[in-house]
Design a protein around this ligand. Sequence first.
Ligand code: NAI
Length: 252
Amino acid sequence: MTNPVAIVTGSAKGIGLSIAQELSSRGYSLVISDLDAADCARVAATLPSAVGIACDVRDEGQVKALIEHAVDHYGHLDLMVPNAGIGLVAPILETDLSAWRSVTSVNLDGVFLSIRYAAPAIIASGGGAIVTIASVTGTTGSPLVASYGAAKAAVINLTKTAAIEMRDHGLRVNAVVPGFIGTDLVTHTASDFERHLGLSEGGFASVISAKQGRFGTTEDIARAVAFLADPSQSWVTGSTLTLDGGLTAGLI
Ligand code: NAI
């Protein structure tokens, strides 16, 4: 039996790193992929079976090469986690088209390209799974995150469509829908939320902690990704699994 093989994009830190670590602990061989080759190699060296391959998910040629490189290296591909993403906190009226496109190019185009090129490789390997990383901002209107939320809403729709198209080819496609997780993506934008929402310093963390019970951890998301990826969940496809401490469960 060979190890199952997973690619995780944006896995040099944050949620992607935890997903890679969780999958590794469950016996996967990993492809650690991110923008910087040295970061990829550094993380790969910490795992028992991993290789680092740099890839900018906005670039079609690089995504295609990432999948080919992974299959050349391991001989097969079983799981794709298109995790790479960036944030932008700005009102619509202060968002210009180039800023909009910078967010959607990573958070939506990057997921499309990852699915577009990983799916044939997984199907050729006998089937497997793709788990996308959406967001609660993709399921509810959320001030200041128009480009991010729109891209994540589109990721949910893309996930469901891919699930239907791939169902008869042995490939399951599901999404996790996280609330706020304490990574750089959130901590680096907290002051922008506070400025626009009129909150004092630290106010954003207090509001979110109250509404979620606590901040989510990267491990909360990693375990959910591993659950959805597991072959034992053979009837789970086209699903969204929300992990937000109840943030979006009710009105008050
Ligand atoms: P992070 O900022 O800690 O890590 C993101 C990683 O993606 C970084 O290593 C970065 O270098 C990489 N990346 C950025 N642009 C890239 C590109 N063009 N090509 C390849 N890699 C690229 O962010 P975090 O929080 O770990 O986010 C991971 C995913 O989880 C993202 O898709 C994000 O939208 C999603 N998410 C995060 C939430 C949070 O509260 N932190 C909540 C819901 C979803």
